[in-house]
Design a protein. Structure first.
Length: 122
């Protein structure tokens, strides 16, 4: 139990460290990413207006058919390219990457690289 409390505190600290510097606006919205063991989710958010501009996840019906398992790097790459397409269709080219409490490694790094290849500028 003590180890879990320590892990939760570290996660909370990482999230606050990231979020105190990252704010999305109309010119440069925030790309928020959440990952679980089975799925990965991302949203492009305008914090000033409080609106979600675009979103993609491995639970979307059209993307779930393309992905065998949502908790791997291939799924993250697909989500990265999809969010780039949807954001560009909404008129967004520049974003701020909000990794939340997750380390920039593995699936998050793969998603970010795929979004950059899709045309988004970080």
């Amino acid at each position: 139990m003590k180890q879990q409390k320590i892990a939760n505190k570290q996660k909370w600290r990482r999230a606050n460290r990231v979020r105190k510097t990252v704010r999305g606006d109309a010119a440069r919205p925030r790309l928020s990413v959440h990952r679980s063991n089975k799925h990965i989710y991302c949203q492009v958010i305008d914090d000033e207006a409080g609106k979600t501009i675009a979103s993609a996840s491995t639970r979307d019906k059209d993307l779930a058919a393309k992905v065998k398992y949502g908790g791997n790097r291939e799924a993250a790459k697909l989500i990265g390219t999809t969010i780039a397409e949807r954001a560009k269709a909404a008129g967004v080219k520049q974003i701020q990457f909000d990794r939340g409490s997750f380390k920039y490694h593995g699936r998050l790094a793969e998603l970010a690289d795929a979004a950059r290849e899709g045309g988004l500028e970080f």
